[in-house]
Design a protein around this ligand. Sequence first.
Ligand code: ADP
Length: 411
Amino acid sequence: MNILILNAGSSSQKSCLYNLQDTLPQNPPEPLWEAAIDWTHTEGVAELTVKTKAGLWQEAIALQHPSDLTQSSRAVTGKMLQTLWQGSTSVIQQPSEIDAVGHRVVHGGQRYQTTTRIDPSVKVEIQRLIPLAPAHNPANLEGIETVEQLLSQDVPQFAIFDTAFHSTIPEPAAIYPGPYAWVAQGIRRYGFHGTSHQYCAERAAQLLNQDLADLKLITCHLGNGCSLAAIHQGKSVDTTMGFTPMEGLMMGSRSGSVDPGILLYLMRQQGLGADELEQLLNKQSGLKGLSGLSNDLRTVRAAIAQGNTQAQLAYEVYIHRIRSGIGAMLASLGGLDALVFTAGVGENSAAVRSQVCAGFAFLGLALDAERNTAMAGSGDVAIAAPGSRVQVLVIHTQEDWQIAKACWAAL
Ligand code: ADP
């Protein structure tokens, strides 16, 4: 069976096609076809990259209607999907060979707690939730509608919500201590990166050769966006992101949690409005804002090596926030079997892993320094020292594979 996955972000669209048999493989298989659209490099141009066994293929597509982003993004997404059955990148003969489509949808609100077959009412709800995820839910809807136009209406499409995995968080961790009216208004912690946290938890159990039901895990998704999840018996019991993906850890260009009084102060003293505050907190904060350099940790670390003290401060705040977040997750779990690092920073930065872990030596957690540096980048690995009371794992997150598994199970 061929399962197509669409994973749309605010400035990129990633997609892949898996060919699956009746039983799922233990390890994530290579997709038959992978494609990505990047909107960020040149204005008015979308860069399309397609990877198949036959090799890598790239095209810069000049947007026909640069001022109409929706129309442009539908056209380019359509073009990307056509490379599945047309030209040198084709891996199938015709669209009807696609058996199901899985979409990563960022916000599912309180209604969607599991894989959901998309019908008109689900689309209405994704639309209704746009104010809660303005950068993502519109792109997710566009992907769904582009697929509807290109493939037969009979092909089942599924939404896999980033929020769904966190729907098990108990109320004391999910409800904000504001007025009680917020509860009825749906102002509560939803949590994000759920597909990644769930994949890492399941993969951790596999690597540890233990039943997920017996494990207390903290998964650290450290990419451009950063979040932690506390996972007990395979269920999320707490997470650092909240009502929006702005809460919690310091991120690439997002501040994470700040005293809400700072926002009131800026509104009153500097006359900032909602759009300016959003820009400040989402785009001008975090590693980028504090270092004054970049949202990319590699740039920040390179500057530290040159003696840049502002970059050093940004890095120290970043580490402090992860440690204090782990402290909070520990309290929600009441114990810890394994700490899992994933995403761009988590998978690649031995320095971040080592400095974060150093804060938890009192738990009996000890890293094997050599494994931490030498084995990173070589697949999923255990990096705790022999005898460490807590296991430490580096796992390459595979959200698309998790979505494919969910579609396979739903079918
Ligand atoms: P996204 O949240 O956009 O999916 P990723 O998970 O791809 O992000 O993470 C991107 C970030 O990972 C980059 O901005 C960079 O800070 C970090 N990163 C990637 N490779 C390395 C590396 N070798 N060392 C340190 N940080 C890295």
